[in-house]
Design a protein around this ligand. Structure first.
Ligand code: SF4
Ligand code: SF4
Length: 218
């Protein structure tokens, strides 16, 4: 719209062009923006904040990636190989790290669904460069090669450490003391020497500088 109306355009109410981007825009983003403008014009709300391209700043200042439910997979360096996999979608064409969009928190309709929430890679439909700068779709963005390689490297080290800690946090202090996990659901039935050693050193680190007994679980 800005290409047609130009930067000098003002509406009868004196407003610049307001852009609520998307293909199509999420309905709640649209109505929320209109409500914010009308409330301001009625004098019952502060002036809404828009960015340099006329987008509602409170809705479009963060990238998809910053709110994505799959960001933890990205950070641990695990990536989807095909549609339907649960991991980060960057290697099958997700542009989320550089795309400003709130779909992950807002959802598509009634706060439900929306792109990577349901398994779809971001193709950048809220961005002025869409679609030309995002094609071919479903191909890994060139810039992701560096970051995903870095994530893989750090993730291969961090992941096993986290799984060890996770396994430990899944045990009660009492189970550590008795050496038995009384679960009928297939949990590992005993606490090994390695578990005890990990527990000891982890708890010393965890409590260092915080006072209390450094060698005790819990
Ligand atoms: S799926 Fe896309 S937005 Fe989500 S973590 Fe991966 S790269 Fe980021
Ligand atoms: S394709 Fe990307 S920009 Fe478009 S709605 Fe989905 S996450 Fe947002």
């Amino acid at each position: 719209v800005m290409d047609f109306l130009g930067k000098e355009y003002r509406s009868v109410l004196g407003l610049n062009v307001v852009n609520v981007p998307g293909c199509s825009p999420v309905g709640d983003n649209f109505t929320e923006t209109i409500a914010a403008v009308l409330a301001f014009l009625q004098g019952i709300a502060p002036v809404p904040e828009f960015d340099e391209l006329g987008r509602p700043a409170w809705l479009f200042s963060e990238t998809v990636h910053q709110g994505c439910t799959r960001a933890g997979y990205y950070e641990e360096g695990t990536f989807a190989h095909q549609e339907g996999d649960r991991e980060c979608l960057v290697e099958i064409g997700c542009w989320g790290p550089v795309v400003q969009c709130n779909i992950t928190s807002r959802g598509a309709i009634n706060h439900l669904g929306g792109c990577m929430n349901v398994g779809g890679a971001c193709i950048g439909c809220t961005m002025p460069g869409f679609p030309d700068k995002f094609t071919p779709f479903h191909k890994a963005p060139p810039g992701s090669m560096v970051s995903s390689t870095m994530s893989r490297m750090t993730g291969s080290f961090i992941r096993p450490l986290r799984r060890l800690s996770q396994r430990d946090r899944n045990r009660e202090v009492l189970w550590d003391q008795t050496g038995v996990v009384p679960s009928g659901w297939g949990a590992s039935g005993s606490v090994t020497l390695v578990d005890r050693g990990m527990d000891f050193f982890y708890n010393r680190l965890r409590r260092r500088g915080a006072g209390g007994k450094t060698g005790q679980s819990g």
